[in-house]
Design a protein around this ligand. Structure first.
Ligand code: NAD
Ligand code: UDP
Ligand code: UDP
Length: 465
């Protein structure tokens, strides 16, 4: 009978409890009368609560649960982001010896973060920490790319480096291995790639004459044209990726799009003077068509794009034997070899330190303007003057040796950066005589054999002059 009693008490609590009965038939009848599909648990002493309240507590449990979930979500998102105890030790801003002064860099960061223009991430409400973006850097194991990666990582973003190591080195990014916000993918950008990201910095391309002349067809393949779509898939693939996921895309173009310029200094509106069939054409024309394609995707597919035209840049982690003039002169002076000046040495270039460039690239990416923007240092030097600065910095006794010049070598180059100054609030801060010593200490270490450690952050600290 005990079981009968239990069943009898399943009736609504406002109904009079049915007394236990003596015959099975009566019990069954009473059971049917008092049947309710769901048992009602007494969570509260319900007699003490008013009737409407009791109804709400009983029937709207789901609503309470939802309110609870919402409150908990709010609590766990707001509280940890405002008084963040750091869980990983990867994130602190490592003093970067390649940046001429930590304070300069910090000022940049603060200005940059206060602007609120976090591109895809949008504005950050006061008191809330900015949410990290997911960013792809193609060519991120190279010279410029690896410095950019350092800055993005320090800012708290999640970074995926895509590189085929044609001219880049794992050592340049090794110090991020083990950080859960960092990934390195060995991949050739001429192959399609599926990723989910917010921003794409597209740097992948052999950038020195020695490398691009070594494999000219591959170079133009990396930088694509809308006309020769089937052959030129590097930039195309990254634009296709940007289009699919709605990411912002930044192309690192070059001052070479101006060719051997007939206008000096070069303004972005100048269309250039480029030989379409020369030995440099695979690079110059490749970049020009990459710009075309970028603008086509912007206009035609609504992809958010940015174009930087980079002028000669130097700094630590440059390829030692890439044939570019600054790396050549520095390595030669360190090795006590003569500095090889091509032609009469009167051709000019403007040399930009890598931290200035990285700052410019990030401002461009986060800003509102498509470009193209010249990013370069307007200080103009002949190659003989550069050799002199290298002598002063490394070895006053270094000899100069003249060599025949290369084909189609531009006679002069100097950026007009008025547009970047006005619209990105950017200009270089590191003059050649200040930047060169920072590069020399890194080169000294690598030239004299300490290859295993040259790329890591801690070793960079050691290498700083
Ligand atoms: P870099 O050679 O050091 O870096 C290029 C990186 O791209 C390397 O890591 C290389 O392995 C990678 N790469 C090349 N082809 C690839 C491919 N098909 N798929 C995947 N990865 C590939 O050169 P950098 O000086 O760091 O130049 C970076 C970008 O800036 C380049 O696009 C270059 O054209 C541009 N740029 C540089 C300068 C300069 O003075 N450094 C001047 C103008 C433009
Ligand atoms: N693509 C890619 N990753 C993506 C999306 C596209 O690599 O996430 C490549 C794709 O293989 C194609 C190129 O980008 O070759 C251009 O893509 P898009 O969709 O613009 O052009 P379509 O494929 O229609 O020619
Ligand atoms: N150059 C030089 N000696 C070298 C390497 C280059 O005098 O050992 C010259 C070269 O002829 C050119 C300038 O330096 O006029 C810059 O060359 P680099 O290859 O660095 O850059 P780009 O020509 O692409 O501007």
């Amino acid at each position: 009978m005990g079981s009968s009693s239990e069943l009898t008490y399943r009736g609504h609590d406002d109904e009079t409890p049915i007394p236990t009965t003596t015959t099975t038939t009566t019990t069954t009848t009473k059971l049917l009368d008092s049947y309710s599909p769901k048992p009602h648990k007494q969570w509260l002493p319900l007699s003490s609560v008013s009737r409407p309240m009791r109804y709400i507590l009983r029937e709207q449990r789901l609503v309470f649960i939802l309110i609870g979930i919402v409150l908990a979500t709010l609590f766990f998102t707001i509280i940890p982001s405002s008084n963040t105890p750091k869980r990983f030790n990867y994130d602190p801003i490592i003093p970067d010896p390649y940046f001429p002064s930590e304070s300069t860099r910090m000022v940049h960061r603060v200005v940059y973060e206060n602007k609120g223009g976090f591109g895809v991430g949008g504005k950050v409400p006061l008191g809330l920490k900015r949410k990290g973006l997911r960013i792809v850097v193609t060519g991120g194991a190279g010279f410029v790319g690896s410095h950019l990666v350092d800055r993005l990582m320090a800012r708290g973003d999640s970074v995926i480096v895509v590189d085929n190591f044609f001219t880049g080195r794992k050592e340049n990014v090794m110090h991020h291995f083990g950080n859960p916000r960092f990934e390195l993918i060995r991949h050739d950008v001429v192959e399609p790639l599926l990723l989910e990201v917010d921003q794409i910095y597209h740097l992948a391309c052999p950038a020195s004459p020695v490398h691009y002349k070594f494999n000219p067809v591959k170079t133009i393949i990396s930088f694509s044209s809308s006309v020769y779509k089937t052959n030129v898939v590097g930039t195309l693939n990254m634009l296709g990726l940007a289009k699919r996921v709605g990411a912002r895309f930044l192309l690192t173009s070059t001052s070479e799009v101006y060719g051997d310029p007939l206008q000096h200094p070069q303004v972005e509106t100048y269309w250039g003077n480029v030989n379409p069939i020369g030995v440099r054409s695979c690079y110059d024309e490749g970049k020009r068509t990459a710009e075309t394609l970028t603008m086509d995707y912007h206009r035609g597919a609504g992809v958010e794009v940015r174009i930087a035209r980079i002028f000669n840049t130097y700094g630590p982690r440059m390829c030692i034997d890439d044939g570019r003039v600054v790396s050549n002169f520095v390595a030669q002076a360190l090795r006590k070899e003569p500095l090889t000046v091509y032609g009469d040495g009167k051709q000019t270039r403007s040399f930009q330190y890598v931290s200035d460039l990285v700052e410019g690239l990030m401002r461009l990416m986060e800003g509102e303007h498509v470009g193209p923007f010249n990013l370069g240092n307007p200080g103009e030097f002949t190659m003989l003057e550069l050799a002199q600065v290298v002598q002063e910095t490394i070895d006053p006794n270094a000899k100069i040796e003249f060599r025949p010049n290369t084909e189609d070598d531009p006679h002069k180059r100097k950026p007009d950066i008025s547009k970047a100054k006005e619209l990105l609030n950017w200009e270089p801060t590191v003059p050649l005589r200040k930047g060169l010593p920072l590069m020399v200490s890194d080169f000294r270490q690598r030239v004299f054999g300490d290859h295993s450690e040259s790329g890591s952050a801690s070793d960079n600290t050691k290498s700083t002059a």
